[in-house]
Design a protein around this ligand. Structure first.
Ligand SMILES: Nc1nc2c(ncn2[C@@H]2O[C@H](COP(=O)(O)OP(=O)(O)OP(=O)(O)O)[C@@H](O)[C@H]2O)c(=O)[nH]1
Ligand SMILES: [Mg+2]
Length: 140
């Protein structure tokens, strides 16, 4: 099974995605630590928010096959730097989270992810029943 690492700013929905994809068992711990849960590697939002921690993301990514860059569809800003994805030397998929939200703006989120270097982009929601179908296909 592919090992999957998630990065994204605080509140982007990383832990919620892991919980939904792994059958609701995962209970996230807050704090500035990388968490390993089955095939998933969860990273603190702070690692993206402070470039001093980029090295931690890059070295942790050595353990994964697939990197998910999680962008909140409701956020009008993004902390993913331009051309970030190629640094990781992994398959990178951009995930537009909270796609169920009425404030979701897909073209905006897509632009953020494209500029960050994601070549594949999927929409995801942990609220709607079919919200994870596209992401599950990517993970299979
Ligand atoms: N509407 C909606 N809300 C969501 C969705 N996913 C997550 N949320 C909400 O967004 C908030 C943050 O979600 P988390 O999964 O804790 O975010 P995180 O990326 O793990 O955040 P940190 O651990 O702080 O870095 C929570 O209040 C969730 O309920 C979604 O698909 N739809
Ligand atoms: Mg979390």
């Amino acid at each position: 099974m592919k090992k999957v690492m998630l990065i994204g700013e605080t509140g982007a929905g990383k832990s919620s995605l892991i919980r939904a994809l792994s059958g609701g068992e995962f209970v996230p711990r807050r704090g500035m630590a990388v968490e390993y849960y089955g095939r998933f590697i969860n990273t603190p939002g702070e690692f993206l928010e402070n470039r001093r921690f980029y090295y931690a993301l890059i070295t942790t990514a050595a353990d994964c096959d697939l990197l998910l860059m999680v962008q909140d569809a409701t956020r009008s800003t993004s902390l993913f730097p331009p051309r970030f994805a190629p640094i990781f030397n992994r398959r990178v998929v951009g995930v537009i989270s909270k796609s169920d939200a009425s404030e979701a703006r897909f073209s905006r989120a897509e632009q953020f992810l494209l500029s960050a270097g994601a070549r594949e982009i999927v929409r995801a929601s942990v609220v709607s029943p079919d919200g994870l179908d596209a992401l599950k296909t990517v993970l299979s």
